[in-house]
Write a protein that binds this ligand. Structure first.
Ligand code: GLA
Length: 378
C-alpha cells in the first residue's frame, strides 16, 4: 500500500493504555464523526496494545479479549467502517508486545491473515522483546511482506523508535510511517525532547514513508496513560504546529468524546492540516534567522509547498518573549529578486507583507507563529 500524505487519525494508547473496550471504541468512532474530525482528515481509528488474550487459540491465532471486546474484532471493525472511518490495530515484532501480550514473531503471515479477516486497515507494529539475533530490518520485512500478501490493503506503521538506524532500512520494508522518536509523554519537556530527536532525521521524511514523531498529546491536560504534568493550551498549540510543519502523521491521543473548545480548535486548524498534508511532502528545513545567534530554543523552519507557497514556522521554546526573524534569502528569495512575500499567520489570520527581506515577529514564551506565504510582484 502506498500512502501519499501523512496518515491522520486517533490512537488509544496515550489516554487509555490497557483500559480499552468495545464501548469506548464505538463512542470514539461516533465522536470522530460528530466532532468533525473525520471531515478534517482524521480517518484512522487505531486500537493500541492490550486488546488480546495472553494466549493464542488452538490454531495459533490471536484472540481478542472477550471481556473487553465481547463481540469480537470483526464487529468493532464493522462499526468503525460503518462510520466511514478506517480501522487500525497493534502488534509487535517480538515474542511479546510491550505490555506483555502475544507478539507476531514467527506468526507474521498468520497474524496478517487474521487482521485482514477482521477488516483491519492499519497495523502499528512495535519493537519490544524482539530477537537479539535477527536484525530489525528482517523483522519488519517479514510483516511488510505478510501485509502486502494478506489480500487487504493494510498500512504498516512501524514503531521501532528509530532504534538500529531505522531510517536506513525502513522504507524497503513497505512501512508507510515509522516512529522516529521514543515515546511521548504529556509534558512540555517531552515535546522539546522529541523535536530535538527529530532534527537530524528530516532528510528521511517524504512521500510514502513518513517520520512519525508519536501520537499527539493535545488536550490531555495530564490525564490518562501518558499524562504526567500536562501542558498549557499554548504549549499544545506549539506542539501541534511543529508536528504539522515537520510532516509527522497526526494521530490524536486525547479523549475526543470530551474535548474542550481549545483542544478542538487546535486539532482542526485547517491551514496547518493543509501544510501537513501538502502533496509534495518536502522535508522541513531548519533556518538560522539571525546569523549571530544559534539558540536551540528558538526554532525556525520553512517548507516549500506544492504550489510555490512557503510555510514558515517560528517556535519559541524559551522562557522569554523574543523577537524572531527570518531572512528571506534563506528561503530562496534574496532582496535582489525584487519580490515581496505576502504571509498569513495560520492561528490569527493576520496578514503581513514583507518587502524588506526580513520577516519579524514577537513571540511569547512557548508560543509560535506559522505562516503560509506567497511570492508576489510588488
Ligand atoms: C511502546 C510504543 C507505544 C505504545 C506502547 C504499548 O512503548 O512506543 O507507542 O504502543 O508500546 O505497549
Amino acid at each position: 500500500m502506498v500512502k501519499l500524505t501523512p496518515p491522520m487519525g486517533w490512537n488509544s494508547w496515550n489516554t487509555y493504555g490497557e483500559n480499552i473496550n468495545e464501548q469506548l471504541i464505538r463512542e470514539t468512532a461516533d465522536a470522530m464523526v460528530s466532532q468533525g474530525l473525520l471531515e478534517k482528515g482524521y480517518e484512522y481509528l487505531v486500537i493500541d496494545d492490550c486488546w488480546a488474550l495472553k494466549e493464542r487459540d488452538q490454531n495459533d491465532r490471536l484472540v481478542a479479549d472477550p471481556e473487553k471486546f465481547p463481540n469480537g474484532m470483526k464487529a468493532v471493525a464493522d462499526y468503525v467502517h460503518g462510520k466511514g472511518l478506517k480501522f487500525g490495530m497493534y502488534s509487535c515484532a517480538g515474542n511479546l508486545t510491550c505490555a506483555g501480550y502475544p507478539g507476531s514473531f514467527e506468526h507474521e503471515f498468520i497474524d496478517a491473515e487474521t487482521f485482514a479477516e477482521w477488516g483491519v486497515d492499519f497495523l502499528k507494529y512495535d519493537y519490544c522483546y524482539h530477537s537479539p539475533i535477527i536484525h530489525g530490518k528482517y523483522l519488519y520485512r517479514r510483516m511488510g511482506l505478510a501485509l502486502e500478501n494478506c489480500g487487504r490493503d493494510i498500512l504498516l506503521s512501524a514503531c521501532s523508535w528509530g532504534d538500529d538506524e531505522t531510517q536506513e532500512w525502513i522504507k524497503s520494508t513497505g512501512a508507510s510511517m515509522w516512529r522516529s522518536t521514543g515515546d511521548i509523554y504529556d509534558t512540555w519537556e517531552s515535546v522539546k525532547d522529541l523535536v530535538r530527536q527529530q532534527e537530524k532525521l528530516h532528510p528521511y521524511n517524504g512521500v510514502g514513508c513518513f517520520n512519525d514523531m508519536d501520537m499527539l498529546i493535545v488536550g490531555m491536560y495530564g490525564k490518562g496513560n501518558v499524562g504526567l504534568k500536562g501542558c498549557t493550551d499554548t504549549q499544545y498549540k506549539t506542539h501541534f504546529s511543529i508536528w504539522a510543519m515537520m510532516g509527522s502523521p497526526l494521530m490524536i491521543g486525547c479523549d475526543i468524546r470530551n474535548m474542550n473548545a481549545e483542544t478542538k480548535a487546535i486539532l482542526t486548524n485547517e491551514e496547518l492540516i493543509r501544510i501537513n498534508q501538502d502533496r509534495a511532502c518536502r522535508q522541513p528545513v531548519k533556518i538560522r534567522g539571525n546569523w549571530m545567534v544559534d539558540d536551540e530554543n528558538q526554532l525556525r523552519y520553512y517548507k516549500q509547498l506544492e504550489n510555490g507557497d512557503i510555510a514558515i514556522g517560528l517556535f519559541n521554546l524559551s522562557e522569554e518573549k523574543v523577537a524572531m526573524w527570518v531572512n528571506l534569502d534563506e528561503l530562496g528569495l534574496p532582496h535582489s529578486t525584487g519580490k515581496t512575500l505576502e504571509a498569513k499567520e495560520v492561528w490569527t489570520g493576520e496578514k503581513t507583507v514583507v518587502k524588506n527581506a526580513i520577516l519579524r515577529k514577537e513571540i511569547a514564551p512557548h508560543d509560535c507563529a506559522v505562516f503560509r506565504a506567497r511570492v508576489v510582484n510588488q
